[in-house]
Design a protein around this ligand. Structure first.
Ligand code: 26Q
Length: 786
């Protein structure tokens, strides 16, 4: 990097964009100027990478969500110039941290699935894999969460108010998307995804929906202003907002429109590039392109692909279907069959009638195939894509997809053995496992620079940043007290930093020498934040009864957003905030425990929480969490898991050892066994400690201001037989926590537990995952741009 040129460029950008010098510029302005200047450093490699990739087979990741977070810090690291830029800014009297904090999170996703997509495109760039991401450029990302008197409120997330210096609007590559009732423009915005210390720059292309005519001049001239912008608004609506739910609870028309918009624009883009390079030749299409469907949300890509081949390029429909069978692969992120996406045929007909016709042809072809194989009518009905007036997106994806994968070993086993067992028997060779991963560039190198420096020092180089398996080599220090002490000093330092941040933004004081127990994830009943809360309340009562009780001073931290229409989830937030209020204000317990619910948990907050955690809480009901990825982020930062035998926890324990984690609770087999005779009331009546905490929901200890939240939560546990087995796992969770307290009290033992977690986290790099997709699904190779 040429420092002087960089400095001049930043100053020039500030002048052009804002008419200010660096002394008067705000953090946001410097962020924008610096980012624009960095874009200048990547444009040439970006263009070259595209050319290099187009000479071979490419893969495309279609996803309705990308939970990117901030870009600046990561991009500086990938470019290998973080320290230089930090110094340059310092010379100008600017603190790089403040500049990084000025960047809005790009929160174009809800949770795990969206963040996974973001990790994957980072890994693909780092691994020099020709993968392009396609998504939607929502004007409003995931809502901002506010607490008032313990209740969650939502505010719009207008992340684009000050523009997005990391994307380029590609006016020349606009495509048109046709709905039954309107035609719109899909405008591509491209973001460079910078390969770590590589010349490969990959692309994330997000589509924005716009009206073809900005506004209707005739109406405007007639003085009908509202009418003149009606069409514009209708088009803008399509990419206006990310649906804030992370399960299939609202099958809304607009959501389906978004899905069709995404896939139509993306597939047109892929096909038109193919045609311009190879002509109207589709027989070998699958040799050049693979499309990965991130859950069922982009599954309409399949009939859209067939539609274009048939209607635009005159391919026979049977042939088009056969081609599509070699192009698409599908990832499943949910366990429950009943949670799989379904759309009423009437909705699909209303939005894109031709697509429905094609789905019908696919369905008929499928039925014919099943008949030939000798399946009965009843069996065939199970498989059918269209059944009783609904289109089952997963069925379409599995029938056409050449590969179907789960996201953790346990999850894939469940799909094969139970949820999708009939499909597995029909197409055994389609099923694969691809255990999720996380990018160590963001989740260690960038968010925990102190630990990164120690690892680099111990290993003698930074190779682990692009080959995380190398962390294994740290094992030789596992009994080295000096190393362990430094490791834990860093943990402490990260806790001090978090405490400072909490104080600044949430006005909450926490003691960095206390144990930080952290549960961060979307709020869901199956994730059992409520179990954690009941546990903490019980602990509080026990401390009150027995002030001498020996436990390490502890801070319990939560971060979670609830879907705005999910009453129980909102009730759990309010209940937990009420308990925090009770405990934090009780002088009797002498600050022994404290409860903090951070407001507006998001990627940039996560980056502060993971490195500062002593305990990672992963307590979903066994069999419900497909994988989890937060669990991996904790582990990488040297944090043991307190959790159930679920999702990727199983693999985490397998890698780092039973002794280095605290596993408790019913396993899937146990639940299967007790399921039929489970009676939560018995637990409630039998265990006075359990009764005591559950009764606070109805005895007036807390007040939900007439919302009915608490009564409802009480009912879910006691009168609706506790679907998620909180009561059944309560006792064993207490035991696990006792073991944590005991282990934590022994400093060196604890240090070793933490250290071993980091040593064994290598396998959970999304680099590993992406390379598995490349070799086992996409059949593509890394391609270097020199
Ligand atoms: C579907 C239809 C209509 C509206 C919304 C949706 C919808 C949106 C988002 C359904 C599901 C999601 C997100 C699911 C998700 O995040 N799943 C998580 O995926 C992670 C990555 O594989 C796993 O680690 C988690 O276990 C899984 O819960």
């Amino acid at each position: 990097m040429d420092k002087i040129a960089m400095k001049n460029d930043i100053e020039k950008q500030l002048k052009i964009k804002y008419g200010v010098g660096i002394e008067e510029a705000t953090g946001g302005e410097i962020f924008s100027a610096l980012s624009t200047s960095l874009m200048g450093l990547v444009v040439d490699n970006w263009k070259d990478t595209k050319e290099v990739y187009s000479t071979g087979k490419q893969a495309y990741y279609l996803s309705a969500e990308y939970l990117m977070g901030r870009a600046l810090g990561n991009n500086l690291i990938s470019l290998g110039i973080y320290e230089e830029v930090e110094e340059l800014l310092k010379e100008l009297g600017v603190d790089i941290n403040a500049i990084e904090e000025s960047e809005e999170d790009a929160a174009l996703g809800n949770g795990g699935l969206g963040r996974l997509a973001a990790c994957f495109i980072d890994s693909a760039a780092a691994m020099e894999v020709p993968l392009q991401g396609y998504g939607i450029r929502y004007s409003n990302g995931l809502f901002k969460q506010k607490f008032e008197n313990g209740f969650q409120y939502e505010e719009a997330d207008s992340w684009l108010t000050y523009g997005d210096p990391w994307s380029i609007r590609r006016e020349r590559e606009i495509v048109e998307v046709e709905f039954a009732d309107m035609k719109v423009k899909a405008v591509p915005y491209d973001t460079p995804i910078i390969g770590y210390k590589s010349n490969n720059i990959n692309t994330l292309r997000l589509w924005k929906c716009e009206a073809i005519e900005e506004f209707d001049f005739n109406s405007f001239n007639e003085g009908k202003y509202t009418k003149s912008i009606k069409l514009k608004n209708k088009a803008d609506d399509v990419s206006r907002v990310l649906y804030p739910n992370d399960d299939m609870r609202a099958g809304k028309l607009l959501r389906l429109k978004q899905q069709y918009f995404l896939v139509s624009a993306s597939i047109q883009d892929i096909i038109s590039k193919h045609v311009s390079l190879h002509g109207e030749e589709f027989k070998e299409f699958a040799k050049l392109h693979a499309v990965q469907l991130n859950d069922t949300h982009p599954v309409l890509a399949i009939p859209e692909f067939i539609r274009i081949l048939v209607d635009k390029y005159n391919v026979e429909i049977d042939e088009a279907i056969e081609i599509s069978k070699k192009v698409f692969a599908y990832t499943n992120h949910t366990i429950l069959a009943e949670a799989l996406e379904k759309w009423d045929r009437s909705l699909i007909v209303k939005i894109c009638p031709r697509i429905f016709e094609i789905i019908k042809v696919i369905d008929e072809k499928f039925i014919a195939e099943l008949k030939v194989k000798g399946y009965s009518k009843i069996e065939i009905d199970e498989f059918r894509i269209i059944n009783k007036g609904v289109v089952r997106m997963a069925n379409l994806a599995i029938y056409i997809g050449f590969a179907v994968n789960g996201v953790a070993q346990l999850h894939t086993d469940i799909l094969k053995d139970t949820e999708l067992n009939n499909w597995y028997k029909l197409y055994p060779s389609k099923f694969q496992n691809k255990t999720n991963g996380i990018t160590q560039r963001r989740w260690l190198r960038s968010c925990n620079k102190e630990l990164s420096a120690l690892i680099t020092e111990l290993l003698g180089n930074e190779d682990w940043v692009k080959n995380l398996a190398l962390l294994k080599d740290l094992e030789k220090f596992k009994d080295d007290e000096a190393v362990l002490t430094r490791f834990m000093d860093i943990k402490h330092e990260k806790k001090v930093q978090l405490a400072k941040y909490l104080k600044e933004v949430d006005g909450i004081e926490v003691d960095p020498s206390s144990l930080f127990d952290i549960q961060v994830k979307r709020l869901h009943e199956y994730k059992r934040q409520l179990l954690n809360t009941l546990y903490i309340l019980d602990l509080y009562y026990r401390i009150k009864e027995n002030p001498e009780m020996k436990i390490p001073k502890s801070t319990f931290i939560y971060g979670a957003k609830a879907f705005p229409g999910y009453k129980r989830a909102k009730g759990i937030i309010k209940f937990t905030n009420d308990i925090a209020n009770l405990i934090n204000n009780d002088k009797d317990i002498d600050g022994k425990i404290k409860v903090v619910f951070v407001e507006n948990y998001r990627v940039s907050y996560a980056e502060k929480l993971f490195p500062a955690a002593d305990v990672s809480k992963q307590i979903s009901t066994a069999g419900k969490e497909a994988s989890g990825t937060g669990n991996m982020k904790f582990m990488l930062n040297g944090t043991p898991t307190v959790g159930t035998y679920d999702g990727a926890n199983v693999e985490i324990v397998r890698e780092s050892g039973e002794d280095n984690n605290f596993i408790f609770g019913l396993r899937i087999e146990d639940i299967e066994k007790i399921k039929s005779e489970y009676n939560s009331k018995e637990y409630y009546e039998k265990d006075p400690s359990l009764k005591r905490v559950i009764d606070t929901l109805i005895d007036g200890t807390f007040d939900d201001e007439g919302m009915g939240y608490y009564k409802d939560l009480y009912n879910s546990l006691v009168n609706e037989n506790d679907q998620y087995y909180l009561l059944a796992d309560f006792e064993s969770m207490k035991k696990a926590e006792d073991q944590v307290f005991e282990a934590y009290a022994d400093k060196m033992r604890w240090a070793k537990i933490c250290f071993e977690n980091t040593c064994n986290a290598g396998i959970f790099s999304s680099d590993r995952t992406i390379l598995e997709y490349c070799s086992d699904i996409w059949n593509i190779k890394s391609t270097r741009n020199n």
